[in-house]
Structures are given as C-alpha cells and as structure tokens.
Design a protein around this ligand. Structure first.
Ligand code: NAP
Length: 283
C-alpha cells in the first residue's frame, strides 16, 4: 500500500474502502471484514450512511492493530454548528467503538459549517481526531475556508473519476495543500465504466480491467481513492492496481473522457442545497 502525507504530517493510505449504500448491518459488517482481510486499511463511513455500528463491529472482531487502521467518518448537515458537531462526533465515536478518529470530514458544504469547523479544530487539538477535512467543497468554498480556518482542512473528498476529472479543482486543492480524495472513483457504475472501450483497451495491455485502469489513473494524479463493493472478488480486483503504471499518453487519453460536470449530484444547484438541508438522519 502506498501512502500520502497530509498537510499536518499524518500518513493516509492512498487507497481505502467506502461503505456508502451498505445499510444492512450484516452485509456491512461482512463487507468491512472482507475488506480488512483482503488488505484495505482505510475505511470510509459517515453518520449519514447508517452503518457506523456495523463498521465498528467489524473493527472490533479484527485483530489488526488500531494504529494500522485509518478510519474516516463524516458530520451530517443536520448536525452542523459548534454544539451539534461536538455531540455528533461523540455519537460517531461511540457507534464505531473507537476512542479517536483518523479523519473527520464535514459531509456537505451546507448549514453552519464554520461552527462545525471550530468544534472540529478543538477536537483535533485535544487529540480526538488525527486530521480534519471537508467533502464536496467546490473551489470557492474551499478557498474561503482555507483563508479563514485556524487549522486548514487536510482533505477534500469530492466526486472524481475519468468522466468528472475536475482538473481545476485539483489545482485549487494543490495551492492550499489540501489532499484530494475521490468519492465515486468508479463513477458509481455510470458511463458504462466497467466495459468502457478506452479503459478496457488500455487495461488489456497490462492484463487489467477497466475498473483497475480508472482507479490507477486517479492515484497517479495523486488522488486518494475509496472504491466500494460488497463483493470480495471485486474488493481484491480494486486493490490490485499497484503492479502497473499508466504512461503519460494513457493518462491524457483517459483525462479526455471528462464531460466537465457531475451526472450524480450538482452541488452548485439551489435544489441540492434544499434537498441536503432537508435530509434528516435522526429526530
Ligand atoms: N462524501 C460524499 O459526499 C460521498 C458521496 C458518495 C460516496 N462517498 C464515499 O465514496 C465511496 C465510493 O463511492 P461510491 O460507493 O459512491 O461509488 P463507486 O465506488 O464509484 O462505485 C460503487 C459501485 O461499483 C460497483 N463495483 C465496485 N467495484 C467493481 C468492480 N471491480 N467491477 C464491477 N463493479 C464494481 C459496486 O457494486 P457492488 O457493491 O455490488 O460490488 C457499486 O455498485 C463510498 O462508498 C463512500 O464511502 C462519499
């Protein structure tokens, strides 16, 4: 496994395992157990995924030393604000059965996220979180947070895959020393990604699948990836990308697949702001 070093010196695996849309607790626990067994050490969950307990159960069963794991969870919009964020963090910690979190992220750029950030800065300073960051912060919001935060975000987790490459957003993150992390690195299965002719053709040369080529492309751009699968053989496939390299020509060819916008969610739309502000995860 390769690692990236965050702006506070913390080392983060460049590939991890995501558990979005895995709500059944038995399936979730088994998926995380399988992921740990095949070699993943970074697990990416969120309060809004309703599976922190299942992740915690799998971690408890595992004999991997805590310091070898890198656990990410996220603060939901409903819990934005200083007091709420502190409470929500404690709830996540308890559900996961942990006494610290490696990476705590603001899940969406909505609500009182400056209040949340102040709470997260304090939790970080108290040693309860090893790194703090954000998700879905588009360039102007990220720049604003970086200009105003006491502790700058270490990570920005955004949608990044060959069909939504976000080259300018990556430049902005680089300027502010914020590590990019890809959600939906397999485009959530859209764009015919698993049998895409260009990705498949490039993969053939190396004995790799289209999925492996798409994942490798992101890591070669310095992006952390967290593909999700509930199938063990796919977890292995997605992790088996460390014995080949794409040439610059191949990297450029894949970058040309970019359509310049998301077909999953548009964070610049007022409808998205309304929808996500209204999404409740507890009473
Ligand atoms: N911060 C955010 O706002 C945000 C948003 C979305 C996601 N995320 C995080 O990012 C993680 C990854 O994103 P994602 O889950 O949305 O999408 P993804 O990883 O791009 O795609 C997952 C889909 O691809 C399938 N799949 C995985 N590997 C495959 C392979 N080798 N061959 C064929 N199919 C394969 C999975 O099916 P099976 O499970 O059936 O194998 C699943 O349907 C999430 O789990 C979550 O942790 C964060």
């Amino acid at each position: 496994m390769e690692y990236v070093t965050l702006n506070n010196g913390v080392k983060m695996p460049i590939e991890g395992f995501g558990v979005f849309q895995v709500q059944d607790p038995t399936v979730g626990e088994q998926a995380v157990t399988d992921a740990l067994n095949v070699g993943y050490r970074l697990i990416d969950t969120a309060a809004a995924y309703f599976n922190e307990e299942a992740v915690g159960a799998a971690l408890k069963k595992s004999d991997i030393p805590r310091q070898d794991l890198f656990i990410t969870t996220k603060l939901w919009v409903q819990d934005a604000g200083y007091e709420n964020a502190k409470k929500a963090f404690q709830t996540s910690l308890e559900k996961l059965g942990l006494d610290y979190i490696d990476l705590y992220l603001i899940h969406q750029p909505f609500g009182d996220y400056y209040g949340s950030w102040r709470a997260m800065e304090e939790l970080y300073s108290e040693g309860k979180i090893r790194a703090i960051g954000v998700c879905n912060f588009y360039p102007e919001r990220l720049a604003d947070l970086c200009e105003n935060a006491k502790i700058p975000p270490a990570v920005n987790q955004v949608e990044l895959h060959p069909f939504f490459a976000q080259a300018e957003a990556l430049d902005n993150m680089k300027e502010y020393k914020v590590q990019p992390e890809a959600w939906g690195p397999l485009a959530e299965g859209n764009h015919n990604i698993f049998s895409h002719p260009i990705l498949s053709q490039i993969g053939k040369k190396y004995g790799k699948t289209a999925a492996q080529v798409a994942l490798r492309w992101n890591t070669q751009r310095g992006v952390v990836i967290i593909p999700k699968s509930t199938h063990r053989e796919r977890m292995e496939e997605n992790l088996n990308i460390w014995d080949f390299s794409l040439s610059q020509e191949e990297m450029d060819e894949i970058s040309k697949l970019d359509i310049g916008h998301s077909e999953i969610v548009d964070h610049s739309s007022p409808k998205t702001a309304k929808w996500l502000n209204g999404w409740k995860i507890h009473e």
